[in-house]
Design a protein around this ligand. Structure first.
Ligand SMILES: Cc1ncc(COP(=O)(O)O)c(C=O)c1O
Length: 376
């Protein structure tokens, strides 16, 4: 740090210039986050200095957090859940598995996750000293139940299913996993970091949430399809026991015990999530998901017209296109300022997420560029 002070204007000038180097959401197909809803920004600002790590000092926002947990639980089939607003999917997944491990009382166990699991589970293996066993996927890129069964043993502390995989937006057979979990008395965690705010608004009888007996915990991220501000993650447990299994004593704070992973944590994202959920209601989320799904169909149809097929029929607003020489095509698209990503081998594809910041007009421009690149 320099000795001399800089004026506020000078600092802001530097910051604004720096911010202008960031890319713009309008052309992002690669991210599962989006611009927060305006009311989320207002709520975030209002609660910026609050600290949920010391909730006795901030009972207002602590109450809001519990109301958010309740609303999320209601959305996912069980209003009576326990949980908290984390920093995102990674923290929620870590904490869900930590709770499962602590409840099982086994330190050197294993977890069985689909091969499609988010990389946060690799971090979990490392942090919690658990072996991460990866189950095969079937031809639709859902986890294969036979493969899961073959990997489970007496040291398995948790099974994981994904409701909205990061790369393909696919939903695992949660009911099948739940049967297995109940039979063996194992914790079943559902990672719905992305799909949690999508699946409740899709047509079709999706059975994946707390309505399925045997689902013990769910990750759902308000900072993805929940239109909240970053960092807002949701961690929900069917019962209080799992929260208790995470608690440590907190000697000097206003509450004697704490279950969250981080100590000091902002209440801003919890307030922002509360604001969006109350303001939009189910109607608003339905409209938003309809919008994203309409874009998804438009993109898929447009891709088919230029001879490109999706890897799987899109389930939610995630499209993985089979394009030849994927890496080169992606590079050419990036040169044209389209931010796209790729899925992993052996199912390499161009991965596109249709978030609320995307427009039909930009999808059309993107398809035109994609066609030109493929023809060149
Ligand atoms: C299914 C799933 N789980 C977990 C995560 C991790 O979430 P975060 O980046 O908020 O930690 C992601 C991120 O995209 C995800 O798609």
């Amino acid at each position: 740090m320099r000795d001399k002070a800089l004026s506020e204007d000078e600092v802001m000038r530097i910051l604004e210039e720096t911010r202008s180097r960031d890319f713009c959401y309008d052309r992002f197909f690669s991210t599962m986050c989006t611009r927060p809803h305006p009311i989320a920004i207002r709520a975030h600002d209002l609660f910026l200095e609050t600290n949920l790590g010391d909730p006795g000092l901030f009972p207002g926002v602590a109450d809001l957090e519990q109301q958010v947990v309740h609303m999320l639980g209601e959305l996912l089939g069980c209003a009576n859940v326990a949980g908290y607003i984390s920093t995102g999917g990674t923290e929620s997944n870590i904490q869900a598995i930590r709770a499962a491990r602590n409840e099982a009382g086994r330190k050197n166990g294993n977890i069985v996750v689909p091969a499609s699991a988010h990389f946060s589970f690799d971090k979990i293996g490392d942090l919690l000293c658990l072996e991460v066993r990866k189950a095969d996927l079937d031809e639709n890129l859902k986890v294969d139940l036979g493969s899961v069964e073959s990997l489970v043993d007496g040291n398995t502390v948790a099974l994981v299913g994904i409701a909205g995989t990061t790369e393909f937006g696919q939903v695992d057979p949660i009911e099948g996993l739940a049967r297995l979990a109940l039979e063996r008395g194992i914790h079943l965690h559902v990672d719905a970091a992305f799909g949690g705010f999508v699946l409740p608004f899709l047509e079709g009888d999706w059975r994946w949430d707390f309505q399925v007996k045997g689902v013990s915990s769910i990750t759902i991220d308000p900072h993805k399809m929940g239109m909240s501000t970053i960092p807002a993650g949701g961690l929900l447990f069917r019962g209080q026991d799992c929260m208790n299994a995470l608690e440590t004593e907190t000697h000097y704070l206003t509450k004697a015990r704490q279950a969250s992973l981080t100590g000091t944590r902002s209440g801003a994202a919890a307030a922002a999530t509360y604001a969006v959920m109350r303001h939009l209601g189910r109607e608003g989320f339905q409209e938003m998901v309809n919008y994203c799904m309409d874009l998804t169909r438009h993109l898929t149809l447009g891709a088919r017209k230029i001879g490109i097929e999706p890897f799987i029929e899109p389930v939610m607003n995630v499209v993985a296109l089979k394009v030849p020489s994927t890496a080169e095509v992606r590079e050419e698209l990036m040169k044209r300022d389209w931010h796209v990503s790729m899925t992993r081998e052996p199912n390499r594809a161009l991965r596109l997420i249709l978030m609320t910041h995307m427009t039909r007009e930009n999808v059309n421009l993107f398809l035109k560029d994609l066609e030109e690149i493929l023809r060149s």
